[in-house]
Design a protein around this ligand. Sequence first.
Ligand SMILES: Cc1ncc(COP(=O)(O)O)c(C=O)c1O
Length: 1008
Amino acid sequence: MEYSNLHITTEKAEKIAFEIFNVQGSAKSLPGEVDFNFKIKAEDGESYILKVSRPGENESYLDFQQQLLQYAAIHGRDLIIPKVILDKEGNTMSDIQDDYGQMRKVRLLSWISGRVWSGVNPQLDHLRYSLGEHCGSLTHALQGFNHTEAQRKFVWDVAQGEWTTNYLHLFDDEEKEIISFFQEQFQNAQPEYAQLRKAVVHNDANDNNVIVSEDLVHPKVVSAIDFGDAVYTQIINDLAIACAYAIMGHNDPLEAALPIVKGYHHTFPLEERELKHLYMAIAMRLVISVTKSALNKIEEPDNTYLLISEEPAWEVLKKWRYIPADYAYFSFREACGYTAHPQENRFARWAGKTAFSIEKLFPTIGLNEIHTIDLSVSSTWLGHEKDYNDLDYFQYKINKLQSQYPSKIVAGGYLEPRPVYTTSSYDKIGNKGRESRTIHLGVDFWLPAATTVHALLDGEVVVAVNDAGEKEYGGMVILKHKEDGLEFYSLYGHLSVESATQHKLGDRITSGQQIGVLGEVHENGNWVPHLHFQVMLSLLEYTEDFPGVAYFNQRSVWASICPDPNLLFKSDALGHYAEVSNNEIIAYRKEHLGKSLSLQYKVPLKMVRGAGQYLMDQYGQKYLDTVNNVAHVGHEHPAVVTAGQEQMALINTNSRYLHENINELAKELLETLPPELSVLHFVNSGSEANELAIRMVKAATGQRDIIASEVGYHGNSNRCIDISSYKFDGKGGQGAPEHTHIFPLPDAFRGKYRGNNTALNYAEEVKKQLDKIQAKGRNVGAFIIEPIISCGGQIELPEGFLTKAYEMVREAGGLCISDEVQVGCGRMGKTFWGFQLHNVVPDIVTIGKPLGNGHPLAAVACTPAVAEKFANGMEYFNTFGGNPVSCAIGAEVLKVVKREKLQEHAYKIGEFLKAELRELAVDFPIIGDVRGQGLFLGIELVNETMEPLAEQTDYLANRMKEHGILMSTDGPDHNVLKIKPPLVLTLENAEELVFYLRKVLKEDFMQL
Ligand SMILES: Cc1ncc(COP(=O)(O)O)c(C=O)c1O
């Protein structure tokens, strides 16, 4: 039938609602595949959905839907579903004549308010969980319901999906291969699949049939709508359909499916045998969908609604095809609380009855005891990245351990999260950004190359390969075993290529027989020689390889597929990686550490390793650090680490003894400063630097009054807090003390004076403070400010402001202090120090955070005149300041900045990033301002009336964290995102940052 002859106008819909149901209101047309649907907004505020069927619609089929809704309304206790509204005569449906003279059935249902799933962004795990929960509840409510129409022939019923085999010719070769692969699985599954539990189910929780709550941060599924596809079928098909649509558009569709399965199981417990067919059922629903789309293109080309799922359905199908069916099954089982591998307990029981000595693996070594080695992310034995990547050094350390424990084999590693898998084959982009494989699935035995390796059990060779490539296995053999009717596998990795590949598939190996010898570095994937021994309960679909390391988020599934080899050996020493939970650490902190110590992020992170611009948590998950300007030249920069380690091994004393290091650091620092600032004092923190600066001011001027900026922060000591409006004007603060004089934050975007020509206005505010001090009969000691006010929200000082302010302060006899604790040491890009951006030379410069790259080291630079006055006879002694270790580190930091041209790099990357962020601001007006210099940038979020958006800023930072990117927020209104990464941030990192910012900025909560 012509689509145009079915059309119902909104006027007609309004008329129907009024005449048949006595509902007066306005109609709006809605999408629908079969029915013509309208939202009717009644004058009394209620809303309804009017459904007009196609001519000749089967009345019994409509009755089925109405009865189903009425049944579910009675049996689903807290379930929200559309309510059947009876017509004027009390019927659940009525007849009308359309404008073409055809008779049509009409029904009216209550409107479920909320948002349609397809319009919700982001769709996160907890939302998909609630989708599963809702679908499960609905299935639960429909238990016991039946109707003759429920048993109908229906193309969208997964169980009846065989019809799709008649249309393979509609697809190209690649598509045919995928579709027929799943059709075959479907056919082969029939004997078991046909026996699964059946019921009448909704059968169509697609992304236009699911209503989500209005909560933009914690949305939940409110209801499923449109019961037109309900059918009596295998219950698992209902879940399969919910999954099939809700996993579209995700990099890892299986991971996206798991919360849905978990939620469904929570409200409608699923059986193991049902889960076995879920992977296939999801695929078959997608096969039906793409086949229907292909047919619809021919049959109803102008109905675009019928094609909306085609592209994303194909995208999922193509990914789904390469997920091993068993792996999906095990993951579903795990999500439902079953052992991921069905044989896990059986294997453990069998292994419990037997015992194998380790000696059996290496009879020529003749050792049976283990010395456990810690290669976890936080292992101090493993040390720096540069150390563990140095194979000679690694081997040397293993040899040392071995000679320390001559009667033991150095071994360990089951389920250990490790940082050592650094090649790209261990990384992927998952549903939440970068993910790394880090969880080791076997036990490593660190023994010399050529050590013979023997079979523990009788077995058949099923894999014998050279798994060549950096950080792969090299020579590798997998044996298949059958014990007590149980089938499992053992994997022997890092053998010599010759000894591994001499085996043929199908060869029988007897227990104790030699399998191979350990490979040399060049043939074992470039590792220090060792045996990787792993047990597997399934081979999945691997034929030439098998993962020895798993992604953290999949670790429980893999741990079940690959049980602990120590179940065989029962060695006390071969324990598991023992983990201290974050909650334990938090609980201890809460009880025993200062109550005002705060933690970053709603769900705090534990970081145990740094490398360049990345931080790693205890599971080896990498985070891009855009926050830490302390790790100035990169976290644990090898040259800086070495400088510290080497000096630490020699001597660390105070500066009363002669040592070159303090002079060396002074020379490096003075090279970067203008000649006027030629005297240095070394201290241990930014606070101490400012504290000393204030003492100098008093000594030099005899005055105590300090002028500082609103929302400035200068440190945590008494005197520093006294000049930090950020603290004394904030929570717990008591306002400015007598000798502190605050002028308004010189913010040209949202401050007291705005626009381009505000420098003089703000300078005038400084003048007012000078006058105020003088009016009290005193005079100014100093004016302190950061060149970009960090805690104030990355506020750049208006051009010309600093020159004017310095002029006025000096005229009044005061000194000028530039607090470079945050911005110094090359971060500004254009200049090495922040004050140089403004063509001024301060009297005192305080330097902190970046100087020690994380080591507590800070400095005060001043003019000889200030230094002279400060040296009034009282000794300045500092126990730690200027010690040889700190100075070795500081000097190396400054050398690295020079050697690696990090100032130029900060300029280049900073300019690129700023330009990209400004483009983002064009696309997303929530970004009111992008500012800063070099790699010290800020993004300010405001609404149309320039009100600050703190919640959105916090949301953005937390969502970025979920994508593995660390960002911080600040500013008096908490609406500024700060970007101040280690200077080694690359162009790719900057692009990645902008990519994810764009992604999160599109999310519902970020819309103005
Ligand atoms: C501008 C500024 N000055 C001084 C300090 C104090 O430095 P520290 O924490 O090393 O004592 C900070 C610390 O954040 C700072 O941001």
